[in-house]
Each structure stands twice: as C-alpha cells, then as structure tokens.
Design a protein around this ligand. Structure first.
Ligand code: GLC
Length: 437
C-alpha cells in the first residue's frame, strides 16, 4: 500500500514536475552591504549596526512586473522570493514584528507586489521563509552554529523562550498563508544539528499549512537542508518531510529515488554567480550555455532547476543576470518542448549528450559534435521520424555504408549533405525530436 504522504505529494507536485524551470529571488537588507545574504553571520554584525541598512532601504527601483517579465522571457514557470531570510527582515507587512519593509523608507509590502506581478504573468508564485531568525530575541544566540552573536558570552540563551519564538514563527507563516491569496510554494530554510522536525513543532506547522492551503507544495527543509534530505528519501516519509527535495549548488548524479526505486520530486537550487544574495564583487557568472545544460541535466534526471537571481539594494536584477536569462530564454523558446512536461528516459544516457522524454517523444540533446552518424543506441526499427526541434526540419534516419556493421543501432546526420555532425547547429544544445513507434 503506497504511503499516504507519497500519494498526496504526487498529486500536489504534478504542475511542479511539468514546470521544470523556476526563478529563485534572494533580496533583502543584505543587498545593501552587497556581500551575500550571510553577511551578518560571516562578519558577526550586531543587530544595532545592521539597522543602518534598515534605515536606508528604499527599494526605489523595485519593479516586480519587470522581474516577472524577465522570468517569463527566460521560460521560467514558477518563482520563489525570500519573504524573510535568516536576518529576520520581513518583506511583507507582518503584524508580529517591526523589522519589516513597510517600516523602512520603502514603505511597501514587497511580497504582495511580487505575488500580484508574477500571478499576472501566469507564473506560479512561491515564498522562501527562513525558519532561522537571527533577529528574534528568543532564537538561540550564544553557541548556535551560525548566529551572528554565537561567540559573544554576553548573549547566553538562559532567558530565551524558544517556544515563544516558535509561536512567532508559526504565526508569521499563518499570516502569509492567510492574507496573500493562493500561494504555490512555501520554501522553508533550513534544519541543522538538533534544530529539525519536532524542534520546530513541524507536525503542528504542516497540519496548519495543509489545512490553510492544501494544494501548496513545501520543500523538505523542516527536516533537512542542502546537506541531508530527511525522510523524503524514504518509502515512509514523515508528514513534514516535504513534497520535493532541494539539492543545493549541485545536480544529483542519478536524480533522486527512494529505497524502492520510486522517483522523488526534486529541484536543484543553483546560483548564477556564487552568491544567493546580491554580491557586487562576484562577477563569476555561469554562461547561458551552462544554464541550458543544467536545465537539461536536471530534466534528464526527473528534476527541476530553480535558478537564482540576487537583486541589488535598489531592487534591480543585475544586468549580467538579465543578459544570461534572455539568452537562455531564446533557447527555451525554440526547444522548450524538450523540457516542459518531460523527464527521465528509459533509454541509457548516450555518449554525445542526454535524453529527455515525454511519452512517445524522445528528445536527443546533442552537446558534443560527432564524427560519423549520431548513434541512437539500440533504437533501430523503433523510430517513426526525426525532426530538428528548433525549426521542425526533417532529419533522415541514416543507413550510410560506414554504419552497416551496427544494425541494432539507429543513426542520423545533422548535416545531410556532408554526412557529418559538426559544427552543431546550436552549440549550447542541439535538440532532435524522435517520434517513437
Ligand atoms: C542555504 C543558504 C541560504 C540560501 C539557501 C538557498 O541554506 O544558507 O542563504 O538561502 O541555501 O538554498
């Protein structure tokens, strides 16, 4: 008998497993120091010093409609914005703390505007919510693994009431699930050491989430993190194991399956440079080709890519990120059929690239030019037709004289005159649609 949580998770994540490509957005006060979202922890910045950024946060260039246009042009089908990161700064008009965007010079409910803008573009909209809160007085300080004041003996925890913190944390999640319409994703971050599961009162929390927004999908970090996924990897996941796993800054070698070999929904969350939050000095951008190939690799392993942008202090997505996303969008516009609704293929990964599949449509993603025919291993006699996906042009199933000794395999040439396969029509990834019999 299939586990109830797996059965329900499968239903809830159908749209997610079709969407395949999403935008992660890390934005907040840390965009002003511009040294990444962990700046308070790394530099051990005291709260009163961090308030300098609170007092100058204007969000003067914040235009979520533009963000949504950028995401749509890139071919992204969902988005996740940090409603609150570890620093505790809230981008919505929460009633439970003054440390919020509506009390800064911005004076705006940034979450509400984001949700409205992305929904208007037909993009599913989710929120990231940090279950860690370095600002809250009842969250452990001294001796914690990463709190900014973890080394300060004056910040001992005896007077801190962790349950009071949990009431606050659950209360904020209730606000977001009650006052902001139908959310699509709640992305919790993150559990560590003994701070996991029951410690967060996760059972009570997930029951609230499921009662307020039963369709909502949640990640696995009430139990896990980027280091360990928790019981979502098992055939008997807990009620708060989450609906999808979220490997971080890597793509799982074989995708993610439980011990029965059943696929677990997952998304790899990856940055465009090396920071989640805006880092002005970090110009180490991934190329559009690398992004395309990350998307294809994820889908070929039954997963999604959640690709991050880190808007600057004023609310602008960095121009370099926009340029990359526009180039990715041009590829997605021509080849998206090989991504959306596709997943892992039963056919073994070929030498020259990867396969994605959707029913009888098998997509060959050719990443390396080949001498001689492109080989489709053991597919002889199983193919109805071949088309270059980007322009629909016919590609002939080749029975060239130099392939006669390999009757079990099918072959084709991308250059039908010169019987070869270089240069590739699209060096990022040339996609051939294979209609199977
Ligand atoms: C890690 C980082 C956090 C980031 C998250 C994104 O948990 O600590 O800053 O938001 O990854 O996956």
């Amino acid at each position: 008998m299939e586990n109830k949580n797996i059965r329900e998770r499968t239903e809830r994540t159908r749209w997610f497993c079709d969407a395949r490509f999403g935008m992660f957005i890390h934005w907040g006060l840390y965009s002003i120091p511009a040294r990444g979202e962990w700046v308070r922890s790394v530099e051990r910045i005291r709260h009163e010093d961090y308030l300098e950024y609170f007092r100058e946060f204007t969000a003067e260039e914040y235009d979520p409609k533009e963000w949504a246009r950028i995401a749509k042009k890139a071919g992204m089908k969902y988005a996740v914005l940090t409603a609150k990161h570890h620093d505790g700064f809230c981008l919505w008009d929460t009633k439970l703390t003054d440390f919020k965007s509506t009390n800064t010079p911005a004076r705006r409910d940034l979450v509400r505007e984001y949700l409205e803008a992305f929904r208007a573009e037909g993009i599913k909209a989710g929120l990231y919510f940090s279950i860690i809160d370095w600002r809250h007085p009842d969250f452990p300080h001294y001796g914690d693994r990463q709190h900014p004041l973890r080394d300060d003996p004056a910040e001992k925890n005896a007077a801190r009431d962790f349950n009071r913190y949990l009431d606050f944390m659950h209360g904020q999640i209730r606000e977001l699930l009650t006052d902001y319409g139908k959310l699509d994703i709640m992305w919790y971050d993150f559990s560590y050491a003994d701070m996991k599961g029951a410690k967060w009162r996760a059972q009570e929390l997930i029951e609230m989430v499921r009662s307020l927004q039963p369709h909502l999908i949640v990640d696995n970090r009430l139990e896990g993190s980027g280091e360990e996924s928790g019981t979502i990897l098992t055939a008997n996941p807990s009620d708060f194991a989450g609906d999808f796993a979220c490997p971080e800054q890597m793509i799982p070698p074989k995708g993610i399956k439980n011990e029965l070999g059943d696929s677990v929904p997952w998304e790899a969350c990856i940055t465009l440079n090396n920071h989640w939050g805006y880092a002005a000095a970090d110009k180490h951008w991934k190329s559009a080709e690398m992004v395309v190939r990350m998307i294809v690799e994820c889908v070929s392993k039954n997963g999604n890519l959640l690709l991050n942008v880190g808007p600057d202090a004023k609310g602008r997505i960095p121009a370099a990120s926009v340029d990359i996303l526009e180039e990715v969008g041009r590829w997605m516009a021509r080849n998206g059929e090989s991504i959306y609704g596709c997943g892992i293929s039963a056919y073994e990964k070929p030498e020259w690239g990867r396969f994605t599949q959707k029913g009888k449509k098998l997509y060959a993603h050719i990443l390396e030019a080949q001498a001689g025919g492109i080989c489709l291993p053991n597919l002889a006699g199983k193919i109805e037709k071949l088309r270059l996906l980007s322009d629909g042009s016919e590609i002939k199933n080749a029975r060239h004289w130099n392939l006669a000794e390999y009757p079990e395999h099918a072959f084709f040439f991308l250059n039908q005159e010169s019987f070869d396969n270089y240069p590739l029509p699209d060096p990022k990834d040339t996609v051939v649609e294979i209609s199977l019999k």
